[in-house]
Each structure stands twice: as C-alpha cells, then as structure tokens.
Design a protein. Sequence first.
Length: 525
Amino acid sequence: MTTEIKIIRCMGHCLCARHDTSRFEVEIGGFKWRIKTVTYWSNPTPVTYPVEYAVPPVDDDGDDYVDCLVYDEDGYLQEYNLPVKIKCVPSCGKRALWRCEAKVGIVVIRKYSEPAHMGQWKETFSFDRTQTTRVFNGSYISEEPEDDDEFHVELTLQITKTSRIIDLSIPENEFIREPSDALRITVDGNNLYLSKWFLSHHSQFFLAMFEDDFMEKRTGSYVLREIDFTEFLRFLAILHGKRRYVDESFQSQLTMADMYQCDYVFQKCLQYSDRSKADYYRTLFPAGQEEKAVHVYTIPMTRPFFKHVVEVGGFKWLFRSPGIGEAGVKMRVWCKKSDMKNTMLWNCAVKGKFEVKSLNNNSDGQDKRHKIFSRIWNMYSYGSFSLKYGEVQSFDFAKYARNTVHFSLEILESFVIDLSSPTNELIGDPSDAVCLAVEKEMLYLSKYVVKPFDPLSYFREMFKTEQDYYKLDVGLDEFLLFIAVLHDKNVPIHSYVAKKLNKLTTMFGCSFDYWFAQQRLKGCW
C-alpha cells in the first residue's frame, strides 16, 4: 500500500536569513511516522559573519538542525540544502522488538515552477534505529520567491516489509511459553516481560538470579541496574534469533554477553568480529599488561563456607563465600589496606579475570573439567575511608560437583594518605598545618584546603583563635569523604553518605551545587 504524505508550507519574500520547520505525523501499518523538514530562506547577498543560525539551533526533538545555508569565504550564499527527517516507532511504544523496511520518495513543488523530483530510496527502521535524516539539494527553492509564492514537499511512503512487533511490555508476548513462565525485569525504568525458562537456559547469571527469588517476592520484579535499555534490547534480539546480524555495536554486546555468561550471544558477536574468545580476552588484557597482572590464585571450594585472603600491592583481598546453597554459590570480594587505619584516605582501581571451573567424573571415571563461569571485572572505586565502609564485588554462579575459583587481578592505580601524619601530602606548607579532632582521631590538614588563600567561613572563624587542636562534632567517615572530594581524589561516593556530605557542605558554608558540579556524585540520589 502506498500512502502519500504532504507537508504544506507558505512563505513570503524574506530579506534576512531565517529558518522554518514543518512536520506531519501519520499512522501506517501499525507504526507511527513523523516527517519533518527544516528550511532556511535567504537572499543570495553578501552577509557579515556570523550569519543568523550559522550555528544551528536545537529543535524540539533535541536534535541539531541541519545547517542548510552554505556560504563561501566572501559571504555569498553558495549552496542550499533541504534536510528531511523521518522517524518511525511502533504504535505500542518503545518496549518492543521490531523492524520495518520502507520505500521513500520526495518531490518539491513550487507554485510557479515545475515539480522537482529530489530522489527515491529505501530505508530500514528498527527498535535501535528509529530515525534517519536525508539532505537534498535545495537550490530549487532557494531562488528569490514571488510575493505570493509558496511550495510544499510531497513525500511518498510505502512499507515494503515488516517483522512481527513483539511488545515486551505485555505478559502475553510470544517469548512467554505459558503464564507461569513470565517474569518482569526492569531495565532503566522500563518493565519488560520475559521468559524465565529461556533466560535460565542460556545464562548462568539469570539462572542464579531467578533461583534466589527474594527480590521478586519483595518487589514483584527483577531490576538490572546500570544497563542501557537499547543495548539490552539488542542483547534480547540476538539471543532470541530476532536479529540475524550483529553490527558495529558488537563490542557492547560482547561485554553484556560476558557479564550475563551467555555463550550464544558471545559467539555471535565473535563471528561478526572474526575473533576467537582468546582474542577477546587478549584485547581486555593487552600484551605486557597480562604479564603485569601476575597475581593469579586458585581456591578449591570443598567446604560450604570458606574465605581466602591474599595480599597484592599493599592491599588485602578477601574472597569469601557465605555458603553453597541449592540455588548455587555466592562469592564476595573485599579489598582493604594491609595496615588499615581510621585516619587513612585511600582508593584502589583494579581489573581482573574471575573464572569458575567444575570437576566432574565422565563415563570412563576420569576427571573432566568444565568452565561454567567467566567474568572480566573492573572496580575503579574499590576504596573506603575507614573500617566502617567498604566496596564489595559479588559473583553468583551455579553449584556443581567440585568447583574451583580462579582469579587474577591487576592494580591499575592507587593512593594512600594517612591524615594522622603532620607531613602528609595534603599539606603543602608545614606552617599552614592545623590539627582537627574528629571522633577521637587527630587529623592534620591545611588551613587553606578549601579555597586557595581563603578558608570557608566556618573554618575562618574557628582559626581566629590559636589552639593546639580544633574539635569538630562531625562523623569521621563523612568528614574524610568531604576532605577526599575537596582534594579531587578519585573516590567512591555512596548514597548512604552523600546526604550526610550535603549536610557538611551546608555546615561549612560551601554550596552543594558546587560540589555536585565538581565531583562525581552521580547516582547518589
């Protein structure tokens, strides 16, 4: 079926550069189509830079306008372009897998001229590519108009091929085998209904998550955090065979397949990139760096409860399992400074490889080793500021006859600053050092730590009287975090201390907006 969409626009004589926008929306074949054109109309006379809209403004869709006017170095109009933007989305909304191919033709008609056929082309839209912009030669409409001149753009749209629209926002979609198989997963605020059986069959990650149904019983939904919604839809499309090809986005899909232990998607992406799994891991651990990450350890998991402690780079790493249950095994990883003190600021950025292997007897009675879990893990904020708080990395994997854990880690960068030392690196000039008492701990800092040559109002009043030390009635952990952020140290900021940090910035006379703009407080609220 061929449907014509006309966009009519009337224009009078213009004496200066300006822009105009026309849009049209229509529903065809279960899809909503939005067609938009943006035009600039200008006298072909010399202009003085910068011309109006020389820097394209942002339109109401949040996109930049296509710069339609091209001037030569003398300021004369050299070229006029006519951009046409087409957007296609299914009527059911964005939480769906779909694909649509269409044939598009464009004709521009002026009142006193013959129609100009701009072109005809084929376009493909999908859940991860909902819009396209084509730019045509607009010299036909850039000529000086008559007083009553007008023109319109006629767009011919024909849908040539569509896939089934799989609406994942409803529990009865075609991925669900039966009502009891449906489960709700929330990704980036979007609720999707997926098959528990299918995901468990292809992913050890989801198998372990679904068997531990505490989250579902409590919230009625499983939440996947810090996952891009469109990337997750790509992952589902490849996993369910609804996407025959893997495009340039394969790198993010490789990472997701590795994270979810989904070998099917992993192999599909490697086929596209023409690499082996070993090549992929060599990319993450380039030559020279892999030898640097020589800290490789093996933990036999022969007991239901175990812990393993190793020391790397002045830090203690604790690998601990709270037990091997029916659902599988949980492994948690902690990092602490070896000579930990309450007065230390520290952080450790690390990357590593975490792998679980099972050892089962085959039919010949011989041991046969199977790799059942593999993760590349990165922790760029593995630090804490006292013994109270710490970052924890968790891994879930299935229970087999005899599991062994193999892990390697490489410390990328780290810092340790002991504020109990009067000569710590945060004090530039020893004469500026002051001693602050916080929760029975003595901390040495610089008077001019906040603003160069001008302490915050709270401390300015405090330092007017000479004392051996100054007592602060604040929490140690929050104050250490305040100091770390103050000195622009790469540190993790947790939600449970961010609000307390806000109170400290108010108390010390510092705008929280300043902190929010200057530091990494994303995701704390």
